[in-house]
Design a protein around this ligand. Sequence first.
Ligand SMILES: Nc1ncnc2c1ncn2[C@@H]1O[C@H](COP(=O)(O)OP(=O)(O)O)[C@@H](O)[C@H]1O
Ligand SMILES: [Mg+2]
Length: 309
Amino acid sequence: MALISFFSAKGAPGVTSTAMLVAALWPRPTLLVDADGNGGDLLMRLPADSGMPLTQHPGLLTLLPLARHGLSSGVVMDHSQVAAGGQQVLVGLETSEQAEASAALWPTLARAFREVPGTDVVVDAGQLAARSGQLSLVQRSDLVVGVVRAEPASVMHLRQRLTVLTQTFAALGADAPRIGLVALSGVHRQDEATSAIATVRADVPDVLDLGQVALDPRPERMFHGDPVSRPERTMLVRSGRSLVERLVAVLGPDLVPAPPPVGDQQEPADGIPEDAQTADPGTPAGQDGPDDDTPQRRERPRRKRWSRR
Ligand SMILES: Nc1ncnc2c1ncn2[C@@H]1O[C@H](COP(=O)(O)OP(=O)(O)O)[C@@H](O)[C@H]1O
Ligand SMILES: [Mg+2]
């Protein structure tokens, strides 16, 4: 299955929120992995689906020690939790010291992530440099996506970082991941995102243009556990859908899910209910009811809900 990593060069352009947006809108079930080398913050952002806080255990802290002896792909999900909204998450490490100490285990984890049955893995790699411990996970991705704000300083730092990272990845030859770039800019400032990406690509032309994600503060609160009405109508989600379309196009047609069976229109293909405030909460992710035990159902994306309390 696919492994996609999101990273930034400096500051806080929105890597975590963009990774959450993509994971939520992805056409197949996803596991969102918090691999931020400066310490993860998913844990603090969202409650668990049960309403209780997400906890450090299970998570990377419990999975990493097992990787010393190799990991079977099936074991990864045992260390995940379900966040509010139905997203399956693997919570991150607390400190950069823990991340550095575990650097040698990331390749084993990368292999296991790529083989999680029926699930694509979306990694929030946080700030990434050529010496980051999590680079050995990121460089085994199918696609590595830089996240930048359409602002001069953010663009300049990402351009410099990408220049170094593309050289690092080039040494991997045919195994090198593809690299893309997404720019966050104001809702009606798509031109700024276009120009930010063009500036980077002038120096690093092989980087794929993945377009804009809208800076849309109100709906973005759903990625902090706050209720948001009609998220599917917001520019954040619309721009997220366009980003997902571009990512799917890059990764190939195998990623496009089969259309739902005729007459079965209860769930939109992207798993987003029409109205998060009124939609039936449905069955928690990964716990389909007895009706779901048909081959067609199993191929369909797992239902994810936007958070609401
Ligand atoms: N698309 C967006 N629209 C509005 N605000 C956003 C968006 N993405 C991120 N933010 C805000 O920007 C800040 C940094 O986002 P975050 O995802 O934590 O960045 P990073 O992971 O790069 O540090 C947070 O306050 C977050 O709420
Ligand atoms: Mg982050």
